[in-house]
Design a protein around this ligand. Structure first.
Ligand code: ASP
Length: 388
């Protein structure tokens, strides 16, 4: 029998090797969850990567939380307008600061204060309830030019927690103050204080009641710890983020000096244990800003964003791997974090105005303003397809 030359084997082996590598190296999402919790449902196809940012020439962007986004069919025109006006009002407040030659850190603070004062969002007035029917608020702010940061966690009486975070940055040698000490520090520095009923809204109260009902139901069925979403394991971070936490707020900005800043503020998650602290007040998880790389503010399953060091990892990918803002944010939010068992999103702004807002949650309310003053708001999932 004539001997066939072995060269035909080489492409076949190469193909086999490629197939093996593909199968072994791409266990994103469920297959890779290291803690046996079910991974969140996939919301559509994942593109292979992301090179192009969503927008360019952006000077300021805000978000109003990830989770189950507004449903276009069930949202009245009045409600749609209220959300868009809320985001646009925050963008205008921040832009005003930048237009006057103000700093990016003042701009993000001004934008977040507006969102904290708006009862639609889960920050300041309108914050969600803890399991014992109280309010504990978290916030942080960071300046990219000197990596200075300030944060407060579990505050109960500051009207604007982001102002508390800023006071920690400006007036203390610390980065993070928690609980009573943080409230007292804010009050001593002249910040407005309120009683707990200030934060109350009917919608958040109803959400707490629904969570308690669900908790009872879960217990009755021998289930988990009280997450109002029977479709997912009751105590998975994904269920917590989807079902309980809508409306965390954040802002990122770049000013004339190309200094970056980021800020995030939240009431956390409905029915959270008293004392629970999420990612929002943690520098490198919920908030990060570093000149030359990125300003980023996150929202979603806080525990997962902490474990994945979400926002600082975006900056590190840009700094150490030369990734662009879109691919770095996509890598962290869409490719890595869902594998830890939770979803959410981020707004990320590079110093050249390249902006991206990837999210693995079904939606993320956000908006941005460009340097020529154009304001864009996105509140429905079809305006912000997930995983893109
Ligand atoms: N990340 C926030 C937290 O875990 C919640 C959210 O963004 O919706 O407290």
């Amino acid at each position: 029998m004539p001997r066939r030359p072995l060269t035909w084997l080489i492409p076949a082996l190469a193909t086999a090797a490629a197939v093996t590598v593909t199968v072994v190296v791409v266990p994103q999402g469920g297959g890779g969850a290291p803690d046996d919790r079910p991974a969140p449902a996939a919301h559509g196809e994942r593109p292979a990567g992301k090179a192009e940012p969503d927008a360019r020439d952006v000077v300021l962007a805000v978000h109003g939380g990830a989770g189950t986004a507004l449903d276009r069919d069930k949202t009245s025109p009045e409600r749609e307008k209220a959300y868009r006006d809320g985001l646009a009002g925050a963008l205008r407040a921040g832009r005003k600061v930048l237009d006057k030659g103000g700093s990016s850190i003042d701009a993000v603070q001004a934008a977040v204060v507006k969102l904290e004062d708006n009862p639609l969002f889960n920050a300041g007035k309108g914050a969600v309830f803890t399991a014992d029917a109280g309010h504990e608020l978290d916030a942080s702010i960071m300046r990219g030019s000197d990596l200075k940061a300030g944060a407060v966690a579990g505050v109960k009486s500051l009207r604007n927690p982001i102002a508390g975070a800023r006071a920690v940055l400006d007036k203390s040698p610390h980065v993070l103050l928690a609980g009573e000490g943080a409230d007292d520090f804010g009050a001593r520095h002249g910040l407005k204080t309120v009683t707990q009923d200030y934060y109350w809204t009917q919608a958040r109260w109803d959400a707490l009641m629904a969570a308690k009902e669900q908790e009872k139901g879960d217990r009755g069925r021998g289930g988990g710890k009280g997450v109002p979403d029977g479709r997912k394991a009751a105590d998975s971070p994904a269920a917590l983020a989807d079902a309980q936490s809508k409306g965390t707020v954040g802002a990122v900005a770049v000013d004339r000096k190309r200094d970056l800043a980021a800020a995030t503020s939240t009431g956390g998650m409905t029915n959270k244990l008293p004392g629970r602290v999420g990612d929002s007040p943690l520098i490198g998880s919920g908030t990060y800003a570093k000149n030359g790389t990125v300003a980023a503010s996150a929202t979603g399953a806080g525990e997962v964003f902490i474990r994945g060091a979400a926002t600082s990892t975006i900056s590190n990918l840009m700094e150490f791997k030369g990734a662009g803002v879109a691919s770095a944010a996509y890598e962290v939010i869409v490719k890595r974090l869902p594998g830890l068992g939770g979803d959410g999103g981020v707004i990320a702004l590079a110093p050249d105005g390249a902006f991206d807002a990837p999210h693995s949650s079904p939606g993320m309310l956000h908006g941005y303003v460009t340097k020529d003053g154009k304001i864009v708001t996105k509140i429905f999932p079809d305006e912000t397809p997930p995983n893109s």
